[in-house]
Design a protein around this ligand. Sequence first.
Ligand SMILES: Nc1ncnc2c1ncn2[C@@H]1O[C@H](COP(=O)(O)OP(=O)(O)O)[C@@H](O)[C@H]1O
Ligand SMILES: [Mg+2]
Length: 249
Amino acid sequence: MSHIIGVVSGKGGVGKTTFSINLAAALAEFGQESIVIDLDIENPNISLQLGVPPMPLTLQDALDGSVRIRHSIFYHPVGLKIIPSSITPSNKNIDLSRLKKILRELDDTIILDSPPGMNEIVKSVIECSDSVIVVTNPEVPAVTDALKVIKLAKWMKKENIGVVINRVRNDAYELTPDEVELMCEVPIISRISEDSFVRKAAFENIPVIHKNPYSRASIDFKYLAARLLRKEYKPPSLLFLRRLLRFRG
Ligand SMILES: Nc1ncnc2c1ncn2[C@@H]1O[C@H](COP(=O)(O)OP(=O)(O)O)[C@@H](O)[C@H]1O
Ligand SMILES: [Mg+2]
């Protein structure tokens, strides 16, 4: 049986795509295969972030019934399975009513990367999801938008909702985890650090977990993956990290 995780946010640019890719990479580190599906149909981003070449078969082909969804999987060299969205603009209306049905054909963990906002696509993502992960940043505008999408998910009778605070700097100008939790009224399942390696990895079209497995964000992603899989994760000791950094000059 598959488990479907919907990644939503309300506000754009908070890190949903980065989160989806790196969650998949971190789950793989603990032996859990997953498929990341690009539901940001209007502005597909996963292929760009991971350097996926234009694909002959995409999510759209599976949605309109011309191929089985399994046939639109791209096997990324770093070991991730991706179902890209078509980057060719089309005036055909996307019929999302088949989304739930075609996802049932997959038996892995499925991560749905959604667009921002509260549009029909986001509603379909929530509708199909067994767990909803709301990505936000520790700032009032991002958390206010997160709250809107949380209310929508609750209204849609979703019970398994968690918040991820991304780009945490631990400085005096950001909301604290307690403040975010108080505003959102759902548990915070992870805090991902602001990390310059995330952008460096995106530049090289690989997840940060592969670019720099010991960077702050990579360790945060691995903590979360271990927690979701109920496994243990011991981050490397400070001494080991210091030696590694010295070795790298
Ligand atoms: N933890 C992080 N540390 C540093 N930069 C980040 C982090 N998370 C995301 N980013 C950067 O923020 C930008 C937006 O991220 P993206 O995943 O595309 O957001 P969304 O999918 O929500 O629009 C990207 O340039 C990405 O590299
Ligand atoms: Mg995105």
